[in-house]
Design a protein around this ligand. Structure first.
Ligand SMILES: NC(=O)c1ccc[n+]([C@@H]2O[C@H](COP(=O)([O-])OP(=O)(O)OC[C@H]3O[C@@H](n4cnc5c(N)ncnc54)[C@H](OP(=O)(O)O)[C@@H]3O)[C@@H](O)[C@H]2O)c1
Length: 301
């Protein structure tokens, strides 16, 4: 039903020889064993015939019972057979074993040489860094969302530097319902977890205590894995985490605050060879926003 394809042998000549030899050796030993059993039964039968059934009772060559000669002769044949199997015909003896070992070593050497010839090719081939692999494999739209000044300042003393109501509203509307990935310091800058978002906090602290529902991880990879269910997870800062997450990101939602500030935390420089601006909306300063700013969206080329 599933076809009658002729089987192609998967083993090479030497393996075949090894198997044949092993089979022959088993046969040799089996024959010797059968011979031994026959000898035992035969000897007992001869003794019973001679001494029990009194067959040829009067025939006593050299004054001995006749069975002694037959059993003795048979024993010599059996010893010769044993000698043959374990000494003379021992084709799988030390020499043969050495031969096999030499063949095996030669084969291994051949394999190593083949590998060596392939090695330069693999050495010169550029190995993509783990970070790149992850980025390429990712089916997620990983977005960095940030408000940064003209000099890329984003925070000071673990706080935001400005008050921009529109920016906070935009942050809320973009991130609501999504995973938000952040560093431990940014998490601690909130009075309490933000509603309707899954918080993923990165820290080196193994026993870091968080409110119910907040996920704690210990590196950026695990943070992204924890957000796998979300097609659009947001990395919300701060400076350390933006830097580490930037290579994984496909999108940046930047609020560019049109001023310069003194700060202790900065956003990394956006390389315009890697990122293209797809949207730019300017907002002037007003009573609800301390500074003029632009909502700029970048996508990775
Ligand atoms: N303008 C904006 O849009 C914006 C957004 C967010 C934050 N901010 C500002 O940014 C500042 C905070 O940023 P930050 O750079 O100081 O801190 P952060 O990035 O929020 O958090 C840093 C902490 O994250 C943990 N961490 C970082 N990398 C890690 C790794 N690879 N493995 C394990 N844990 C890791 C460490 O926590 P442990 O020390 O516990 O190990 C580290 O101390 C604040 O001023 C905040 O207001 C601004």
């Amino acid at each position: 039903m599933f076809g009658t394809k002729k089987k192609v042998p998967q083993i090479d000549k030497e393996q075949l020889e090894l198997i044949k030899n092993a089979q022959m050796r088993i046969k040799q030993k089996k024959r010797l064993y059968t011979h031994f059993i026959l000898f035992l039964i035969g000897s007992v039968a001869l003794i019973v015939a001679n001494l029990g059934l009194h067959i040829g009772e009067t025939f006593k060559p050299l004054g001995k019972d006749w069975f002694i000669f037959i059993v003795g002769f048979w024993l010599i044949i059996l010893i010769y057979h044993t000698f043959n199997v374990f000494v003379i015909d021992r084709f799988m003896g030390p020499t043969w074993q050495q031969d096999q070992l030499d063949k095996l070593v030669a084969k291994q050497k051949e394999g190593i040489e083949k590998l060596k010839t392939k090695l330069p090719a693999t050495e010169t081939a550029p190995t993509p860094p783990a970070i790149e692999k992850k980025k390429l494999n990712s089916k997620q739209n990983i977005t960095l969302i940030v408000a940064a000044s003209e000099n890329n300042a984003i925070g000071k003393d673990n706080q935001l530097i400005w008050h921009l109501k529109d920016d906070l509203q935009r942050f809320k509307s973009l991130t609501s319902g999504h995973c938000i990935i952040m560093g431990r310091k940014t998490f601690e800058s909130f009075p309490k977890p933000l509603p309707n978002r899954t918080h993923i906090v990165i820290t080196t602290q193994q026993n870091y205590k968080v409110p119910h529902g907040v996920i704690v991880v210990h590196n950026i990879d695990d943070a992204l894995d924890a957000a796998l269910e979300d097609k659009t997870p947001f990395v919300i800062g701060g400076g350390e985490i933006y830097k580490q997450a930037l290579p994984f990101a496909n999108k940046i939602e930047l609020t560019r605050v049109h001023d310069t500030f003194e700060a202790d935390t900065h956003f990394p420089e956006i390389n315009l060879k890697e990122w293209r601006e797809i949207q730019n909306i300017y907002h002037p300063e007003n009573e609800q926003n301390d500074h003029a700013f632009s909502f700029i969206t970048y996508e990775r080329f």
